[in-house]
Structure formats: C-alpha cells, structure tokens
Design a protein around this ligand. Structure first.
Ligand code: ATP
Ligand code: LTN
Length: 339
C-alpha cells in the first residue's frame, strides 16, 4: 500500500527586543510576516530580553515590557497553540551557546556591523562588550533550533550573514552540527523609515517620538504623526526608490502598500495627481484601521496575567527541549565532558 509520508515542517525562529514600544516598522517588517508563516512552518518566536540589556534598561520596565511584547505578539495574530513563544532568558542554552560561538567569531567580523557602529555612537558612554558581541548571541538564538528561515527586517540581514559564516566555520571544523539558516524579508515594509528623517530607519529607541509610530500610540497621535511626516516640496506622488529627495514620499507609499498588500508603484498610481495632504490622510486612516483591532485584542489579553505566564512556562519548556539537543552536540564536539 502507498504510504502518505509528509515532510516535517521547516523551522522558523525570530524575535523582537523588549527595548521599547513596538513600532509600525517592527510590525510591518517582522511580526505581520510571522503571522502568515505560522501555518506552513514550525515557528518559534521569543522576547529577546538578553539582547535588550546591551543598552541600559530600567529593571521594572523591562519586566513589564517583556510581558507586553508577548501580549502584543498574540494580539497581532501569533497563535500560542501553533507557535512556541518564550522569554529568551528563560532558556539558559542561548547564553551558553553564545559563549562557545564567541570563540569562533572574529573581532574584525563584529567591528564591521552597522548596528554596532550606530548604537555605539548613540550610546558613547556605554560601549559594552555585549553590544559588540550582540550578533553572536543572535547567531546562537538561531542555530540552537536548527532554524531554516529567519523572518526579519532588512536591518538585520547583516547579522544573519555573520550567523551563517560562524555556522559554516564551526561545521567546517566539526562536521554538520548546524543547519545554515536564511533570512526572509517581506516585499513591502522590510525597511520602514523615520517620519522625521526618512533616510534613517524607524526605530523604537529613537529619542524623538515623532520619528516613529508606536503600536501603543493614541489613534489621533498616529494620525498627527503621519500628517506631519517630512516629505518634499515637489508635490508629486511618485515612487522613486533611488531618489533621496523623495525618501519621505517613498516611505509613505511603502507603508500604504504594506498595509493594503499592494506595491508602492500601484499605490502611487492610485494617488497620482492628488495633494500630499489627501494622501497622508489616507495613509493615516489605513494605519489606524489596521492597528485598531490589534489594540482591542491587546487590551483584553494584557489583563490575563495567568494566561500569559502559562504561555511563557510552556514555551520555555518546549524551547529548552529543542535547544538542549543542539547544545549537547556542540559541547561534545568541542571536547567538553557530556554525560
Ligand atoms: P531598537 O531601536 O531598540 O534597536 P528596533 O526598533 O530596531 O529596536 P528590534 O527589536 O531591533 O527593533 O527589531 C525587531 C524586528 O523588527 C527585527 O526583525 C527588525 O529587523 C525589524 N525592524 C526594526 N525596525 C524596522 C523598520 N524600521 N522597518 C522594518 N523592520 C524593522
Ligand atoms: N537582533 C534582532 C532581535 C533578535 C533576533 C534574534 C531576530 C535577537 N535574536 C534571532 C531574529 C532571530 C533585532 O531585531 N534587533
């Protein structure tokens, strides 16, 4: 008789740092994409608290934000019945593998990272070793789960590259220990830009709140921020991705395209000949209407602390089971005594 052999699902890993309120950039570049991948892949999503302390955090706030981030994942459509959700620091394998991989990563590789250069110039009083080795911890997150795909925003692709290089180097010495992962970008929204300086990426830790849209902002604040977004004096709605002078309009077109599952070119066509004011109004409406149901869900979920704690507990156990297999293998390969 013919057997119906189903292939095991490919594994996905990703996460966001609880370093501030999630922005529209985080949502469009990463979380929205995760939601659509849940049915076809085995997904693991974490709250990356170990990463977040590379920049100074207030302890009580970090704890609160970590749970808020979990509630937001779920409100955005991540289903804890389908995907594994956990807090990074609840699984010590991440820090353990990071130590080993630190010994297989070169200073020169880390020195080239844009995020390190950027964050060390913004936090000149705290250029700590954790900020420098951040990509090694991220590589550990990914490699522990034998991950095949990592859905992230464009800014993280350099870190995925370093992860692949370190994994290949390790495999080159010890045999096939790690699966070599690939980054996965969305078509529109992989890099949402700042509303005040549209040549810079929108970042949740930007000191100017007008630069980003937080998923937690009041709806009228969201509309106001979009309506006062920096554009240009040309007054023409056209998508010209290589023209820096059009960065503001390009960004709004990209946001609109991501919200409506369209392309920036198609959106530009739709609004051809209209004024910036009308266009900005339409973008503001689309963003508010997309965020509204997420916020309603969020307000409901965040109240249920027992539910959230339960998810963390189950997620930590499930992640631990998978991660230990890889960690044991690594320990054995490098010559540690493993029972
Ligand atoms: P921070 O400002 O604290 O460095 P961040 O806003 O850059 O944070 P992260 O936690 O580093 O956010 O990123 C979480 C995910 O969101 C990553 O996959 C990242 O690539 C994605 N992301 C972040 N900013 C943007 C953006 N502006 N556009 C698209 N995706 C983004
Ligand atoms: N560095 C990521 C957050 C992150 C991550 C990961 C993303 C930490 N570990 C592993 C994907 C896979 C960021 O967005 N800044």
């Amino acid at each position: 008789m013919e057997q119906n052999i189903t292939e095991p699902k490919k594994r996905i890993f990703s996460g966001v740092q609880p370093s501030g309120n999630i922005t529209l950039g985080n949502y469009l570049g990463a979380i929205k994409n995760w939601v659509s991948l849940q049915d076809d892949y085995e997904c693991i999503f974490a709250m990356m608290d170990l990463h977040s302390i590379t920049v100074r955090q207030t302890p009580a706030e970090l704890r609160k934000r970590t749970m808020e981030l979990l509630a937001l994942y779920i409100a955005c459509g991540i289903d804890p019945e389908k995907s594994t959700l956990f807090v990074q620091s609840h699984n010590s394998a991440h820090a353990e593998l990071a130590w080993v991989l630190n010994c297989y990563t070169y200073m020169g590789e880390l020195q080239r990272m844009t995020q390190f250069k950027d964050k060390s110039s913004r936090h000149a009083d705290n250029i700590n070793a954790g900020l420098f080795t951040y990509p090694v911890l991220m590589a550990s997150d990914i490699l522990l789960y034998q991950t095949e795909l990592v859905p992230v925003g464009k800014d993280q692709m350099q870190h995925i590259e370093i992860c692949r290089d370190v994994a290949q180097r390790f495999n080159g010495v010890y045999g096939d220990v790690f699966k070599i992962p690939e980054g996965l970008l969305v078509k529109s929204g992989a890099k949402v830009m700042s509303l005040t300086e549209p040549t810079k990426k929108m970042s949740k830790s930007d000191p100017n709140p007008k630069a980003f849209i937080s998923m937690m902002d009041d709806f009228n604040v969201i509309a106001k921020k979009i309506k006062s977004a920096v554009t240009d004096s040309e007054g023409v709605i056209e998508y010209r991705p290589d023209d820096e002078a059009k960065a503001g309009i390009n960004n709004l077109l990209t946001i609109m395209a991501a919200m409506t599952n369209s392309t920036p070119e198609a959106v530009a066509k739709e609004f051809e000949g209209q004024g910036y004011g009308t266009f900005k109004g339409a973008v503001a409406d689309a963003v508010v209407e997309a965020i509204r149901p997420i916020r309603e869900e969020y307000d409901r979920i965040i109240k249920d602390k027992a539910y959230l704690q339960d998810i963390c507990k189950n997620g930590a156990e499930a992640s631990h089971r998978i991660a230990q297999r890889t960690l044991k293998k690594v320990y054995k390969k490098v010559g540690f005594i493993v029972d």
